[in-house]
Design a protein around this ligand. Structure first.
Ligand SMILES: Cc1cc2nc3c(=O)[nH]c(=O)nc-3n(C[C@H](O)[C@H](O)[C@H](O)COP(=O)(O)O)c2cc1C
Length: 361
């Protein structure tokens, strides 16, 4: 047996009783069916991982405009709600808890990956790098359409509608993805946001878009069911911010009165890091009152230490959870871990999805 006693303390997340501190991080798996709908196979994948303290789903688009990658699920049509209901029921039947990550890809998209919808961003600034498409392989990102002020407000309304769908699908909550260079982070990043209306320019204006989305989600689901994910200092998907400390202080101060239940912070890997706040824990703890989830390269040892020191209340694991459906049990017993297979991260079908073995018994 291993002694990760901090990681295995129970935790009360505003009435949600978590048996330990090990969260499953959101991971796009590109295995939705026709109409961007989840089905039985997806329900099995998540149910296999129901021993997580909390499952955060893969990024889910709140609208057709929000879709960037191939075969990602949505949560804005009745069929999609019904598909997700299979997932939430399967996880709940095994005693788990699951929140839906709302991810609007914005300019990180390609028309070949979606059947209609627009490719939008804060400004008409093309992202560097390429986007994978099934039909033609990697392609340049297109120049996005710069949302007008009215369209920004309509996009926020789409998030509200998605929140209502998430509620109907039986989720335990929602996480707004405001990291990794997707639409909310595109608004927060000066190299993408060149607007001169109330959503651009000053730091207060750049953080307005995610704050207004959070207002809508809290209004629909209640503060105890709404979290947000951020990645200060992450340059992934060609975003750049000279002063993330200032930007994220403003964001966290802006959402503080809404009192969302958790803040999920991704520490960027070194090759993607730029001006990462020196003391991320202080930044979060001084400006946010709820639960702090940390993620990015943690091991059981470092996660246990993070909980002990107050660096985190909960720690999310990505790749390890992908490859180990029973990760908490493996940490607890000191069992060997399965290795992940990158070739099947985003490949369609069951291989590398629902066939990672659990421990016997
Ligand atoms: C296959 C894969 C897909 C991912 N998709 C998402 C996603 O949809 N949303 C998100 O916020 N992060 C996504 N991530 C990032 C993970 O949530 C996590 O931040 C990253 O894997 C680092 O954690 P780890 O070191 O424990 O794996 C993805 C990571 C992987 C490996």
């Amino acid at each position: 047996m291993s002694d990760y006693s901090n990681l295995f303390q129970s935790y009360d997340m505003r009435g949600m009783a978590l048996p330990h501190r090990i969260v499953m991080a959101p991971m796009t798996r590109s295995r939705a069916g026709e109409g961007d709908v989840q089905g039985e196979m997806n329900a099995e994948y998540y149910a296999q991982r129901a021993s997580a303290a909390l499952i955060v789903t893969e990024g889910v688009q709140p609208s057709l405009d929000g879709k960037g990658y191939c075969r990602t699920p949505g949560v804005h049509t009745d069929e999609q709600v019904a598909g997700w209901k299979l997932v939430t029921d399967a996880v709940h039947a095994k005693g788990g808890r699951i929140v839906c990550q709302l991810m609007h890809a914005g300019r990180i998209a390609h028309p070949l990956n979606k059947s209609g919808g627009n490719i939008v961003s804060a400004s008409a600034v093309q992202a560097g790098g390429q986007m994978f498409t099934m039909q033609e392989g990697p392609q340049d990102h297109p120049v996005p359409h710069a949302l007008t002020t009215d369209e920004v407000k309509a996009t926020i309304a789409e998030f509200r509608h998605a929140g209502e769908c998430i509620q109907r699908a039986g989720f335990d909550g929602v996480e707004l993805h405001a990291g990794q260079g997707y639409l909310p982070m595109q608004f927060m990043s000066p190299n993408v946001n060149q607007r001169d209306d109330e959503y651009g320019g000053s730091v207060a204006n750049r953080v307005r878009f995610p704050i207004e989305i959070m207002e809508q989600l809290v209004d629909v689901m209640g503060a105890d069911r709404v979290g947000i994910r951020i990645a200060p200092g992450n340059t992934f998907n060609d975003v750049k911010d000279e002063n993330p400390d200032e930007t994220y202080t403003a964001l966290l101060q802006g959402i503080r009165p809404l009192n969302p239940v958790y803040l999920h912070v991704v520490t960027p890997f070194p090759h993607m890091a730029y001006n990462v706040p020196e003391n991320m824990t202080d930044l979060c703890r001084n400006n946010f009152d709820g639960t702090l989830i940390r993620n990015g390269g943690y091991s059981a040892e470092s996660a246990d230490a993070a909980v002990a020191s107050g660096e985190a209340d909960l720690v999310a694991f990505g790749k390890m959870f992908l490859a180990n459906p029973d990760l908490p049990k493996r940490f607890e017993t000191g069992a060997e871990l399965n290795e992940w297979d990158m070739d099947t991260f985003y490949a369609p079908g069951p291989k590398g999805y629902i066939d990672y073995p659990a421990l016997e018994g």
